[in-house]
Design a protein around this ligand. Sequence first.
Ligand code: SF4
Length: 275
Amino acid sequence: MDRNDLIWNPWHGCHKYSEGCQNCYAFFLDKRYGRDTSAVVKNKSGFDLPIKKDKNGNYKMPTGANVRVCMASDFFLEEADEWRAEAWDIIRRRPDLMFSLLTKRADRIKDHLPVDWGDGWDNVTFAVSCENQKRLDERMPYLMNVPAKHRWISLKPFIGEVDLNEYLTGGKVEWVLAGGENYLGSRPLHYEWVKKAYDACVHYGVKFTFGQTGNMFVCDGKTYKIHNRTEQMVWALRSGLNEPPVDAEKEIETILAQKAEMKAEFEKKRGNRNE
Ligand code: SF4
């Protein structure tokens, strides 16, 4: 999983569930566009995105892609119970994609699996979001006990120190992703917390990615306000807290090139509109 992952939002909307939801980006963006996030709705045009084809008959989501599911909701949200069977069916039809099902509601996973789930599908990974130790201890037992081929932990927003050791033994967790908080009222992320989580992953041979610092990053006793997302990624890469290690400068070069390409594309479209 990386920044090139695709996104599939079969439904939109959610309810704040724990302290990690305080500055939820779905609520933040919806407010900007006057949309009520608490009204959970099925995505009319994008519900079946993974099985949609282009005019040449090719899937819009190409074989081999990683797909993050429910970036503006929760895959195991109560309101989505009536649509989930259909979503499972779509996932079943694309064994060539890897679906990351994002949730904070880990307690609901076990009772909302498809009938043919068995000991898990190869193309599904459960991604449980745990913002601090309390939520880690609350949600991880559910994640560890649910039958699954793949599991990862999202420490996003990472708002409190965590001890991952207990959950990394036994090899059930494949990856830990850490990242700070954004938007108004962001809470700080401390370098030491990221280092501690990274050290645990190195110890147990688990992949660790420090994706971005968030708006407020505390390092060596100083608080850095980093509002630019690209800068946040650059800081995270230069921290050296990735397992396996990455070539930070090469990655930064790629990120900057992608950003420049996107900007050029945007300018071109704007120019075309103004002509
Ligand atoms: S569970 Fe996720 S989408 Fe739902 S309110 Fe919390 S942060 Fe937002």
